[in-house]
Design a protein around this ligand. Structure first.
Ligand SMILES: CSC[C@H]1O[C@H](OP(=O)(O)O)[C@H](O)[C@@H]1O
Ligand SMILES: Nc1ncnc2[nH]cnc12
Length: 293
């Protein structure tokens, strides 16, 4: 069945402090295997307002996995195998702007990828693909998230560039100042290559970046500390939950493929001649790229 004729299945990737989704009905955890290795955890299946939902804790339950060791390919592949059509990434971030105070939710529209040691593509030797990342997130999903956030009274900022750093250490003052001078709004360690892989897998992807701190550039914050971040996240938990509960019923109305083109990202992306394609890699790509193989 093509995405356009199937019902939306909403995936939520929970970042730091978000390890479950209490609002789901008929919840059950299920292991999904991926040829790309082990996902961060089992996937939590359930429904919300009649919509099928799949939740994945990015760092695993108990926060076992650091940002650079998350198997982003296995996570996205597993969500695709579970039938997910749109992904909402809920992520903690530091802020580079005074106006984006802790507690603000930023609906990201751009990324700068400064991660260095992560597998960034499902494709490779034997099947090469080049997708567009000019507009790296789904604007349709972003619109719905913005509306829902406003509806439930969240302090929300639409648009912003997320600098993805390697971590796990927080940035130095010089790095923080550099990223500010580049015009970035927020910083985190996880949304790359996650967003690239979601695009390759033809899934809508949008990030709700929850500001937890001002990073180290801010005169009042000479250091970023995990305890402060978690404290802010816990305070935001309720807001994040009501955002999800409000946006999901709106998303269930989609009757055709994503109007922003996410579900057809691989149209015209494969460059390897059919006779030169590696059958082993093609088999691995059955879920991610099956529509065009
Ligand atoms: C716990 S602070 C640093 C940690 O939090 C963010 O994770 P996530 O994006 O999964 O919410 C940040 O990217 C770091 O991985
Ligand atoms: N200041 C920061 N830098 C990187 N990742 C973060 N996650 C939350 N706050 C962060």
């Amino acid at each position: 069945m093509s995405v356009s004729s199937s019902k939306p299945i909403i995936g939520v990737i929970g970042g730091s402090g978000v390890y479950g989704l209490d609002a789901l009905e008929d919840k059950h955890w299920r292991t999904i295997e991926s040829p790309f290795g082990q996902p961060s955890d089992d996937l939590l299946f359930g429904t919300l307002d009649g919509v099928q939902m799949v939740f994945l804790p990015r760092h695993g339950r108990g926060h076992r996995i650091p940002p650079a060791e998350v198997n982003y390919r296995a996570n996205i592949d597993a969500l695709k195998r579970a039938g997910v059509t749109e992904i909402i990434s809920v992520s903690a971030c530091g802020s580079f702007e005074k106006e984006l105070a802790p507690g603000t939710f930023v609906i990201i529209d751009q990324f700068i990828d400064r991660t260095i040691d992560r597998k960034k593509s499902f494709f490779g030797t034997g099947l090469v693909a080049h997708i567009s990342m000019a507009n790296p997130v789904c604007s349709r999903l972003g619109d719905k998230l913005e509306d829902a956030a406003r509806q439930v009274g969240i302090s929300v900022h639409r648009g912003g560039t997320y600098l993805a750093m390697e971590g796990p250490q927080f940035s130095s003052l010089a790095e923080s100042e550099l990223y500010r001078s580049w015009g970035c709004q927020v910083i985190g360690m996880t949304n790359m290559p996650e967003a690239k892989l979601a695009r390759e897998a033809e899934m809508c992807y949008a990030t709700v970046a929850m500001v937890t701190d001002y990073d180290c550039w801010h005169p009042d914050h000479d250091a970023v500390e995990v305890l402060t971040i978690i404290e802010v996240l816990m305070k935001n938990g309720e807001k994040a939950r009501s955002l999800i509960e409000t946006v999901v019923p709106v998303l269930k109305g989609r009757a055709t493929a994503c109007s922003a083109g996410c579900h057809h990202a691989l149209d015209n992306a494969l460059i390897t001649a059919p006779e030169a394609r590696d059958p082993v890699l093609m088999k691995k790509l059955a879920a991610v790229a099956g529509r065009v193989l």
